[in-house]
Design a protein. Structure first.
Length: 742
């Protein structure tokens, strides 16, 4: 009794005196002084700050009309706007400047989908830290990244911004990005507040059409779409952004189940939730709000603290508070979270006028960008060791619309980068091999060009060379927000170009730069080598040349399955088995030509049931051999662990890195379980002939799932486990989980 009293007293004492308690008190005092208008101002984010700042906006800042601006103004404008806020507004509350720093700021790293192919959290963390340093130097406080949406649909233009199809990989890499942006504390110089977006289900847009509805059953939501967001909360992400889509009919920006029940109550998230761009007012078009007032009511009740761009909060919440349809406590809770973030960033009760300077790309930033690009490239084919270039290769024909397009290799969301600071593959090849050994013909003005006018020059260049490097794919503007495609082939006349070049008989290496998985079966068949390079960013050229020249070996692995054709979508590795699974013996269906099938299994008449390139795949200049995995104990009990190990041997002639992948399968459960689920991965570097053992520990929580009543649990029974080079290969070992020790 006395002990309890003592503990309570000392806790109270600690609360009263802790720095956090002091801050909360100061926020209380500030809140008490704020008018309702000023509170609603804090809850409003605008994009209307142009350069130079208009008198109207300056006046609005003085009046406390905005708590935050996004993607607005130049560094000097931000300084001026902040000065007005902290010197001329009544309560001197600093502004929060948000921006889409998605895959770099001045230095552009590969698009997130490319970064995820590195399977390298440490590297991704360093890239995010670099972006944070650059952006914060120019007065940015908050980035709208990482995007944690899972997608199984490469038609969706925003697949470029995802970290792939897998919840575990996305969780690991998303958390790494958050650590990179935020550091140990938001107050550290050179850091940004991160934002987990888009909550939730956005990547399941029907038909891959952006903004489209999503219908996700709760167990799939919890097992596939939500884990990366939960991991973000665990990693301490400062903010969340809602999504544009309606999830099961309820728009994410007014979705109480997502924002209140899961995010606030289950996950105990205490940071701020911002809407997406006008997604609050869009609830009217969704047909769940009759007007702007109802949209505001739904959003704020669900838990959206700050409204991005649309102005329903400022215009309607006063009336709704007066009508007692919203409590002042709800408003205050939202404003408190916003003020707390401003404090954590060192702005409120801190130093909002920190110096802002123009940022330059540093040598270190370039080195990190090159490393990320190198590790992101995925070698998909390398017949007869066509890569790296043999010493005998003297003249190289460089052909294609993406060989020398700085803008296109940067990808989407690069508003702070400069194309002239980006080194293209052509520029790097010329530097490395000398301009006279490189025969360059773009052949097509861009990836969509259908003119064959310059094919003749390309064929001539190919004939005059020892080999041909084709740089094909998709321009920057073919992926990203609102840029979905229904066809996934190489656009324009690119395929026709490959047909013509192939007729020369010269060995072809195709490098594909794209914001998504494309279908290019015929092109790959005509190429001896295929390297997938995504949109690799500022250092894409030098990174590519290091690989082509053999200074490094490719080590990227696909973070998303590549379909053979659009008709297979959705195709993903962690699917269920069905009651009639097709078998390997049923492979070999001619592409696009219906055959009379044998057997009643789950497959197609006109294409194989497997992907063109499976999740996890990536070749190397060397070869690796995996031993059958070993398990430390055939039985796993509650509270214990089993260790799974395998030996990996470099059986080739070059030193290289390999990403070993751990997969499990729950063989019998009350709910059907995926045929494989990624549960771990490790990058290892091996010299020729070298053998290393990789080990992973598995415990009960790694095997858990949501049962029919949405209970997270692990059921007793047998499990398969693989350590393998991708999701389609490898041998397994089995163990059992026993729920009780008896
Ligand atoms: C996008 C968000 C982005 C926001 C601000 C929206 O259109 O969906 O991802 O952060 O704009 O630019």
């Amino acid at each position: 009794m006395f002990g309890l009293l003592f503990r309570t007293l000392s806790m109270t004492f600690a609360l009263q005196t802790s720095p956090q308690a002091e801050i909360e008190k100061r926020i209380d005092t500030l809140l008490a002084r704020m008018t309702l208008e000023e509170k609603l101002g804090q809850m409003s984010q605008s994009t209307a700050m142009r350069s130079p700042i208009s008198e109207d906006i300056k006046q609005q800042i003085r009046q406390g009309r905005w708590g935050s601006f996004l993607n607005a103004g130049l560094p000097a404008d931000r300084v001026e706007a902040q000065r007005i806020a902290v010197k001329e507004s009544r309560l001197r509350i600093p502004l929060l400047f948000g921006r889409d720093v998605i895959h770099g700021y001045r230095t552009v790293f590969p698009i997130p989908l490319g970064q995820s192919a590195t399977w390298n959290p440490e590297l991704i963390e360093r890239a995010a830290a670099t972006a944070a340093r650059e952006a914060s130097t120019e007065g940015i406080h908050w980035t709208f990244a990482p995007m944690l949406d899972i997608t199984r649909d490469p038609r969706w233009g925003r697949v470029a911004e995802t970290l792939g199809e897998d919840p575990y990989l996305t969780s690991q890499l998303g958390a790494a990005m958050i650590r990179g942006f935020q550091g140990k504390s938001l107050g550290e110089a050179g850091r940004l507040a991160a934002c987990a977006k888009h909550f939730a289900g956005y990547g399941a847009a029907e038909g891959g059409r952006d903004y489209n509805s999503t219908f996700i059953p709760e167990n799939q939501l919890r097992e596939v779409y939500l884990p990366p967001f939960h991991a973000a909360v665990t990693a301490g992400v400062a903010t969340f952004m809602t999504a544009f889509n309606a999830l099961n009919g309820v728009p994410a920006s007014g979705n109480r189940f997502l924002l209140d029940h899961i995010l606030r109550k289950e996950w105990k998230f205490t940071g701020i939730v911002v809407s997406d761009y006008e997604s609050v007012i869009e609830m009217v078009k969704h047909g769940v709000a009759a007007d702007a007032g109802e949209a505001a009511l739904k959003a704020v009740t669900a838990g959206v603290d700050m409204e991005m761009v649309s102005t329903t909060y400022f215009e309607h919440l006063r009336r709704l508070v007066e009508q007692r349809r919203i409590s002042m406590a709800t408003i205050d809770a939202a404003v408190r979270r916003i003020l707390r973030l401003k404090h954590q960033l060192g702005l409120l009760f801190g130093d909002p006028m920190r110096p802002v300077a123009a940022v330059e790309i540093s040598t270190e930033a370039r080195a990190i960008a090159k490393e990320v690009a190198i590790e992101s490239f995925v070698l998909l084919k390398n017949d007869n060791g066509v890569l790296p270039f043999a010493a005998a290769v003297n003249r190289i024909a460089v052909i294609g619309p993406l060989a020398d397009s700085a803008v296109d290799q940067m990808g989407s969301w690069v508003m702070d980068a400069k194309p002239e600071e980006t080194e293209t593959p052509l520029a790097s090849l010329r530097k490395k091999y000398g301009a006279d050994r490189i025969q360059y013909v773009a052949a097509l003005a861009n990836s969509r060009d259908t003119s064959r006018e310059n094919f003749g020059a390309a064929i001539k260049a190919a004939k005059a060379s020892d080999m041909v490097l084709l740089l094909l794919g998709e321009e920057q503007i073919l992926s990203g927000e609102a840029h979905s495609r229904a066809f996934l082939n190489l656009p324009g006349a690119q395929e026709a170009l490959v047909d013509e070049i192939a007729k020369t008989g010269k060995p072809i290496v195709t490098i594909i730069l794209a914001g998504r998985p494309l279908t290019f079966h015929g092109v790959a068949a005509k190429s001896a080598g295929v390297l997938y390079a995504w949109h690799p960013g500022t250092m894409g050229g030098p990174a590519l040349v290091e690989l082509l020249a053999g200074e490094r070996s490719p080590s990227g692995k696909l973070s998303i399955s590549f379909p053979r054709t659009v008709g297979q979508i959705p195709i993903y590795y962690n699917h269920l088995n069905t009651g009639r699974p097709a078998s390997v013996g049923e492979l070999g269906v001619p592409l696009g030509n219906p055959v009379n099938p044998q057997g009643f299994t789950s497959k197609y008449l006109d294409v194989d049931f497997t992907p063109e390139y499976p999740f996890g795949l990536g070749l190397s200049y060397t070869t690796f051999e995996y031993s059958t995995p070993r398990i430390s104990s055939a039985i796993l009990t509650r509270g214990s662990r089993v260790t799974v190990s395998a030996d990996i041997t470099n059986t080739g002639k070059r030193e290289a890195e390999e990403v070993a992948q751990l997969y499990v399968r729950d063989l019998v459960a009350s709910v059907a379980r995926p045929v494989r689920q990624l549960k771990g991965f490790r990058r290892v570097r091996l010299k020729p002939g070298e053998k290393r053992t990789v080990s992973f520990a598995l415990s009960e929580s790694d095997l858990s799932f949501y049962n029919e009543s949405m209970r997270l649990l692990t059921e007793a029974g047998e499990f398969q486990v693989w350590i393998s080079p991708d999701a389609a290969r490898g041998s397994d070992v089995r163990f059992s989980f026993q729920a009780s020790p008896h």
